[in-house]
Design a protein around this ligand. Sequence first.
Ligand SMILES: Cc1cc2nc3c(=O)[nH]c(=O)nc-3n(C[C@H](O)[C@H](O)[C@H](O)COP(=O)(O)OP(=O)(O)OC[C@H]3O[C@@H](n4cnc5c(N)ncnc54)[C@H](O)[C@@H]3O)c2cc1C
Length: 416
Amino acid sequence: MIKTDVVIIGGGPCGLAAACGVEKSGAKCVILERDERLGGILNQCIHNGFGLHVFNEELTGPEYAHRWIDKVNECKNVKYYLNSFVYMIECTPNGYLVSAYNDEDLIEVEAKAVILALGCREKPAGSVQLLGTRPSGIFTAGCAQKLINIEGKSVGKRVVILGSGDIGLIMARRLTCEGATVLGIYEIMPQSGGLARNITQCVKDFNIPLNLSTTVTRVEGDKRLTGVYVAPVDQKLQPVAELEKFIPCDTLLLSVGLLPEIEIANDFQLEFNPTTNSYCVDEYFQTSKTGLFCAGNVLHVNDLVDNVSREGQHAGECAGLYALGKLPTAEKVEITFDDHIKYTAPKYIYKTGAGEVQVSFRVNKNYRRTIIRAISGGVEISRRPAPVVTAGEMQTVTIDKSKIQEDLHFEIQVLE
Ligand SMILES: Cc1cc2nc3c(=O)[nH]c(=O)nc-3n(C[C@H](O)[C@H](O)[C@H](O)COP(=O)(O)OP(=O)(O)OC[C@H]3O[C@@H](n4cnc5c(N)ncnc54)[C@H](O)[C@@H]3O)c2cc1C
């Protein structure tokens, strides 16, 4: 059995930054990664757009991952095991026991703290009401990305994309560059769930039609997909049958959302947030169980990897301090928010007095001319004008902790 201070499950950008955070705290850690290489989802994201905030450079996904892999390799107290699929976390008198399959062996790591950095998975075809046959040619966007970018395989020639999340938008451009015709992106909501820059650079610049308030209702085909039916939706998001039309195509990509990989910790019955489909955390990224931390995409789906690295590094430092018995605790303040905001991460702040804390959140739809306000004890303690806030982009506000009284409330004042 391996003994260490912190076990990090997942060696993607969150796990890598978390390891650097543990190193900074002075503690030791082990990363367990199921894949044959570190880097997580970034290994298949060969487009650029990563690292603008952390490195002030526009890097590709693998380049960004490698910056962090180099940092991890420089750490003296970090070990990692690849091809190691974690299947169980148990409590022990000393903390936690994490078990993983490594090739044909079993690895057991005992530690005082665990960081969940498992990322998320794509919602499959079964999660959307897709009527019709089940031919080949229907892929999740990330699966198609892996086939094209890692395995060098083509997925199809005439493509329809359902959902306009960032992966779908990025794949629309990628497929076009590969010589396929992207016939259209169909999004059931009145706005895209993707970043504004992806809508411009991946869709508008390539003249790909983005159809809002429209969905794919049925698929057709025997062995291979031969076409899909699309229809606009009414205000209740129900397809208008009379306006349904057929689009001949051989490929349908699904970009209909991501689900955090939380199941590994189900037995702990942690405080859960149905909005994020994941756990609630405090400002240390600690769940409702002490010593069990959670950050990155397994906590909430991030739009920018830079935020993931920031969260991971902070979670790692806090988990390391926890393992060394140096993590300060105090009375908790629960963050509340108005109807424009869907959730905040973290959910709780400690009244430890000094320092700053960063609070991230998403809004429920797009707004123009807004002011993001934080209020505590009836006093405005943070105010930031935001000309545009969109559902696809995460907002982050830095709060001076010395100003926090008994409560902390966030609100969006919409001026237009
Ligand atoms: C297709 C796509 C395009 C993107 N484009 C951009 C972009 O242009 N710019 C940008 O800033 N961000 C982008 N992002 C977002 C960014 O890549 C993610 O936010 C980031 O990768 C999340 O990091 P993570 O470490 O939380 O998760 P991941 O990168 O998913 O890493 C999780 C790791 O955990 C491992 N793991 C999971 N389960 C287990 C287990 N049971 N045992 C052991 N290991 C396990 C996985 O193998 C994986 O390596 C994109 C994301 C996707 C999916």
